[in-house]
Ligand binder design. Structure first.
Ligand SMILES: *Cc1c(COP(=O)(O)O)cnc(C)c1O
Length: 411
């Protein structure tokens, strides 16, 4: 280890505190210090190169340091890095709101900073909308077991992953956790404001796809019962499933569409909660202000790079490439299914989970990821499932190389 690497690691061990991390295991663990990214690769301070097999926690789309995205940040930073969105407008935010509503078929765009706040904003809008209409009985939410919607108190309260949220049990809104659509039929809809779901595939639930047609049926149930539909596309948005937005696969228009991770192509923290005119119009007039926002709401740098990313996403070949990439990933997964260590593989578009035979405590998943890291591929385990979520811009050849490393590591 070179002396710079040692210095950075020691400062991290002595002063840092990492998310979702047992710090007792972390202090003294010699992890890569990432200093550079280019295309599908990340480079550490020792000069070692890795595939970014986790898309930097599901954010990266076009590869690292894409010239068009770097140029957009550079150009915007020379003009304006930040000014408040309170009482003022800014050009990239105006344009991005228009473009996102157009692309998603929604009417209004509310900006925030990350996936958790995109969900939190939808919850707060929904509670206020019901309140303004005097529907005070409808204050409950429905979410799905093992779902994940972020870490702010409201968003976390919708989470269905027990091990993450045990310490805040009972702190949030009135929540019903459902396993499937059948369980919804037994609920009293007059108590429920909205249902929230990760469409097509649950991410943190070890990459588990929903049955085809499920989203469409959920939309129909919402239509029958007057319950609003909040779609959490923080992970699935911007091409990951082979559609620009996952809900487009089943031609579903939600009441709220929450976007974050891929919104800036994986460059800067920015999020959007898109909603309908029906909801928005009710927030006009005295006493109907939506008292919610952050210092960096509609940050011009984030909006400028999001526009450049959306340009790339709307290129004719973008979705075709993803569908082809998904096929290539499918070929590797079929090979992995033959290995005795592999219990099951799951995939939706260009996101996959490789579940290993293990005790479901995560030791196997962790070991596999360490082995992959040694071979030059970075990814993360969720319990004993290894996530494979490469940048959407990965070439067929790069995907095949990653696939070979998976086979090598798990054989
Ligand atoms: C990552 C994620 C979130 C939370 O987003 P953050 O930007 O980490 O706050 C919410 N929902 C889903 C489905 C996610 O994958």
């Amino acid at each position: 280890m070179n002396s710079e690497t040692r210095q950075w690691l020691e400062a991290d061990w002595d002063f840092g505190w990492h998310p979702f991390t047992d710090q007792s295991q972390w202090e003294q663990s010699e992890v890569p210090v990432i200093v550079r990214g280019k295309g599908v690769y990340l480079y550490d301070s020792e000069g070692k190169r890795y595939f970014d097999g986790n898309s930097s926690i599901w954010t990266n789309i076009h590869g690292h340091s894409h010239p068009a995205l770097v140029a957009a940040i550079q150009k915007q930073s020379e003009e304006l890095c930040h000014s408040s969105y309170l009482g003022l407008a800014n050009a990239p935010a105006s344009e991005l709101g228009r473009r996102l509503c157009g692309a998603a078929g929604m009417d209004r765009c509310f900006f925030s900073d990350n996936g958790s706040t995109a969900i939190e904003a939808a919850l707060r809008m929904e509670l206020q909308w019901r309140y303004q209409r005097g529907e005070t009985g409808r204050r409950g939410f429905v979410a799905f077991e093992n779902g994940y919607h972020g870490d702010t108190l409201g968003a976390a309260s919708l989470g269905g992953v027990g091990r993450f949220f045990a310490s805040i049990a009972g702190m949030g809104p009135d929540l019903t956790l459902a396993r499937d659509l059948v369980e919804l039929e037994a609920l009293d809809p007059e108590r429920i404001a909205a249902v929230v779901i990760e469409p097509l595939i649950q991410g943190v639930n070890e990459m588990r796809p929903w049955p085809p047609g499920m989203l469409r049926k959920l939309r129909e149930w919402c239509g029958r019962t007057g319950v609003h539909l909040i779609l959490d596309e923080v992970m699935t948005g911007f091409g990951r499933t082979g559609e620009l937005f996952a809900c487009q696969r089943e031609e579903v228009r939600p009441d709220y569409l929450c976007l974050a991770k891929g919104l800036t192509g994986g460059c800067l923290p920015l999020a959007a909660t898109l909603t309908t005119a029906e909801i928005y119009e009710d927030f006009k007039g005295p006493g109907r202000t939506f008292y919610y926002g952050h210092s960096y709401t509609a940050n011009p740098l984030g909006c400028a790079v999001a526009l450049a990313s959306l340009d790339l996403c709307e290129h004719q070949s973008f979705l075709e490439r993803i569908r082809k990439g998904a096929e290539v990933m499918g070929e590797t997964l079929a090979q992995l299914d033959e290995l005795s260590l592999v219990k099951e593989t799951r995939r939706c578009g260009m996101v996959a989970g490789v579940e290993l035979v293990g005790d479901r405590q995560g030791a196997k998943g962790k070991e596999a990821c360490l082995r992959l890291r040694g071979l030059g591929l970075l990814t993360r385990p969720i319990l004993d499932t290894v996530v494979w979520m490469p940048p959407l811009a990965s070439s067929e050849e790069e995907l095949r190389e990653m696939g070979e490393l998976f086979v090598q590591a798990l054989q």
